[in-house]
Design a protein around this ligand. Structure first.
Ligand code: COA
Length: 200
């Protein structure tokens, strides 16, 4: 497997990295994004549609520091980036990326963000990465994920809503802030939808 970007200061729990099956039946591999992935990450970001750039970065122009931030060396207890790649092309192309960054002022919480290559969207990549990130985050003592989402971003909202984790949604200046309780056993989908309607 890939070398972690902090050379393994903290080990990930079993099940975070490894194979996964998309909704289409394709088998893919989830692995840690590491410093060796700089070029593949650049290519992935350059290939995005304007719509995907805007919904991820809230701007049509990708912030210049984003690659550095995604690759920033930190222990997995602080920051973890996961990517989905094809099993026979582990170096890339990157099909999907997701990351958490622990909130320094609220240690049990982390900010999460997701990005799937346009042609690979709607195959279940973000759903898989959310569950793998949560597995790691709970292992490191986190309880809550926060995601900042544009109000019109139905796809991201669907991923969070359908995750099975209890969630709350708050309206913010930029759109919506969705909080997921990742440490609670996921309720059934029916319980989630009836007990926690979105407040948007
Ligand atoms: C939001 C995003 C990350 C979702 O990634 P994904 O890998 O497509 O997610 P999944 O396949 O796990 O599920 C996405 C949901 O949206 C739907 N969806 C995703 N892409 C779609 C598309 N192109 N057309 C219609 N529906 C789509 C899926 O059907 C699914 O809904 P469901 O669970 O009710 O069936 C992806 O659309 C993306 O990268 N968007 C641009 C960046 C962004 O918005 N990031 C979020 C900021 S935190």
């Amino acid at each position: 497997m890939t070398l972690p970007n902090d050379s393994g200061v903290r080990e990930l729990p079993y099940g975070v990295e490894g194979p996964a099956t998309l909704r289409t039946g394709e088998v893919v591999v989830v692995r840690v994004l590491g410093l060796q992935d700089r070029r593949a990450l650049e290519t992935f970001l350059e290939g995005l549609s304007e719509e995907s750039r805007v919904t991820r970065f809230f701007s049509a122009v990708r912030p210049p520091s984003v690659v550095e931030r995604m690759l920033a060396p930190a222990g997995f207890h602080q920051h973890l980036g996961l990517v989905i790649v094809e099993p026979d092309r582990p170096q890339g192309p990157i099909l999907s990326h997701a990351e958490y960054a622990r909130d320094p002022f609220d240690a049990p919480s982390a900010e999460v963000a997701f990005l799937t290559a346009d042609v690979f969207q709607a195959r279940g990549c973000a759903t898989i990465l959310l569950k793998r990130l949560a597995l790691a985050a709970v292992h490191f003592g986190m309880t809550t994920f926060h995601a900042e989402v544009l109000a019109a971003n139905d796809r991201m909202r669907a991923v969070l809503r359908n995750s099975g984790f209890p969630f709350e949604t708050h309206v913010t200046e930029e759109g919506l802030s969705v909080s997921l309780r990742i440490d609670r056993p996921p309720p059934t989908e029916r319980e989630t939808r009836s007990s926690k309607p979105e407040s948007s």
